[in-house]
Design a protein around this ligand. Structure first.
Ligand code: SF4
Length: 491
């Protein structure tokens, strides 16, 4: 009787507590660097706003558009390309398909002509210097990353719409919830790692299997698998490109790209014309500790150098932290014999679930929680995924995520000149190595003796985020951003 009552109470709790439905493709989004919250999010916001004008049949009536950038979007917007992203979004361009090689020329054209093709078809006057306003000292209460679109129509009517870029490329319009996800009913709703573990225990499924069942609420399994392999294709192409691109990163800090030189050194100056032969050559180089360490760093550097160059990347869970998961997955594929499509999809499913638990219980936005919310979360995601792929139990996987985050707690976000370069690029190497160490520790440990739970560390991360001074939340008002004397040249 007592047990039945407890069971009924337990299931009632699931019915009462609302569970946000986050798909693996919400966590892993193909986009453009350098920032998911400051580039991809504002790009999407501008795109959605333009589409909303079109739906109301007033797009062709627009005579003027002004964009207001608040808080963190204003303070680090130039370094993160927020102004560029907004213009492309207003033009109706899509961050997934837009050719990143054309970004500079398109923005230069808008600047020179002082005209913009709204929604790709309706020409309006647009002077970015005047029509995009950086409100450095204003912040909206809901989230530090806010932007407002002000529109004037031919009949004199004005329209205003505010959007929030809430981290990882997620966008929310003021006064609206994500109606699409609100209607999705998952077979195994999860808000916390305890709930995830409950479903694993109840069904006997591993974490990635539970996630795959939930993904079934959006699409067929074959489509999910194909989509995940496409995500991995974009990640590995980014890594391969970054390992072969030399030069100086844009933005004026004169940061030299390092991945290509390291790649060359490790491969003893040999060139490989495609990803497959390149990966095979790396594998044949052996298993020496320093060699593996160098490669993991090289993979992470490569992705984030591409990210800093407005390259094509996948949010994982953000752009600034986009190198951690590809580096750890590549490590698994090359150095742990993981070159197997099933394992690659499993890795991404498990990683995404851990990321979404962090998003629900804390944040994946550096403007809310500092770098612990970006690099810390990506490291935890990678640690759990690697552990499960290496044969660890569900509890060991969650323990690995906990260890990885525990040692990122309090990590601040202080990018120099607001560029996603220093400390961001190197920081991805640290996140990747910590993920591998956390995974190895968990695989060698019994979760029965763990003192800190993943939910406990998520709560601690959130408490730390709330206590963190705003100087360290993607504003470039503190930390390295103000203490490193770097002479800047104009970009
Ligand atoms: S310091 Fe961390 S959180 Fe901040 S922009 Fe760089 S990678 Fe992102």
């Amino acid at each position: 009787m007592g047990f039945e009552f407890f069971k009924a109470f337990f299931y009632l709790k699931y019915l009462i507590v609302s569970h946000e439905a986050i798909s693996v493709f919400d966590m892993f989004k193909i986009g453009v660097g350098p920032s998911s919250s400051h580039t991809l999010g504002p790009w999407r916001a501008a795109q959605y706003f333009t589409q909303s004008l079109d739906k109301k049949n007033i797009l062709d009536q627009v005579t003027r558009i002004e964009v207001l950038l608040y808080g963190s979007l204003a303070k680090t917007g130039v370094g993160h390309g927020t102004d560029i992203a907004v213009q492309l979004g207003l033009c109706g361009d899509d961050p997934v398909t837009f050719d990143v090689n054309n970004i500079t020329s398109k923005i230069n054209d808008i600047r020179a002509m002082k005209k913009l093709l709204l929604g790709g078809r309706h020409e309006i006057d647009f002077n970015a210097t005047e029509d995009i306003e950086f409100l450095y000292s204003e912040s909206l209460p809901f989230h530090p990353n806010a932007l407002t679109f002000l529109v004037e129509l031919k009949n004199g009517e004005t329209i205003a719409a505010t959007y929030y870029s809430i981290g990882g490329g997620f966008v929310q319009q003021e006064g609206e919830t994500n109606a699409e996800s609100a209607n999705v009913v998952l077979p195994f709703p999860v808000n916390t790692s305890d709930e995830l573990l409950h479903w694993c225990r109840k069904t006997g499924m591993s974490i990635h299997e539970v996630v795959m069942e939930n993904e079934g609420a959006w699409r067929k399994d074959e489509e999910t698998k194909a989509g995940l392999l496409n995500i991995w294709r974009v990640m590995k192409e980014c890594m391969y490109r970054g390992c072969h691109a030399e030069g100086i990163l844009p933005g004026g800090l004169q940061v030299k790209r390092r991945a290509a030189a390291l790649n060359k050194k490790l491969l003893k100056d040999k060139n490989y014309s495609d990803y497959q032969s390149w990966a095979q050559a790396i594998k044949e180089g052996g298993q020496q500790f320093n060699y593996i360490l160098d490669w993991v760093s090289c993979f992470a550097l490569a992705v984030n150098e591409e990210n800093a160059s407005f390259g094509r990347v996948v949010t994982a869970p953000t752009n600034g932290a986009a190198g951690v998961i590809p580096a750890v997955l590549q490590y698994y594929i090359i150095f742990c014999d993981g070159d197997n499509e099933e394992k690659i999809t499993q890795f991404l499913l498990t990683a995404s679930e851990v990321g979404s638990i962090f998003k629900k219980g804390a944040t994946i936005s550096a403007a809310m929680g500092g770098c612990q919310a970006e690099i810390g979360v990506s490291s935890a995601m990678a640690a759990a995924a690697l552990t499960e792929c290496m044969g660890g139990t569900q509890r060991q996987a969650l323990m690995a995520a906990e260890i990885a985050m525990e040692h990122h707690l309090g990590l601040t976000c202080d990018p120099i000149k607001g560029l996603v370069q220093i400390p961001c690029i190197e920081r991805n190497t640290m996140g990747a190595i910590k993920a591998i160490t956390a995974s190895q520790l968990a695989l060698q440990s019994s979760p029965d003796f763990a003192k800190v739970s993943l939910d406990g560390v998520i709560k601690t991360m959130w408490d730390t985020a709330l206590d963190m001074n705003s100087k360290y939340k993607e504003t470039s008002d503190g930390g390295l951003a103000v203490n490193v004397p770097i002479s800047l040249s104009e970009c």
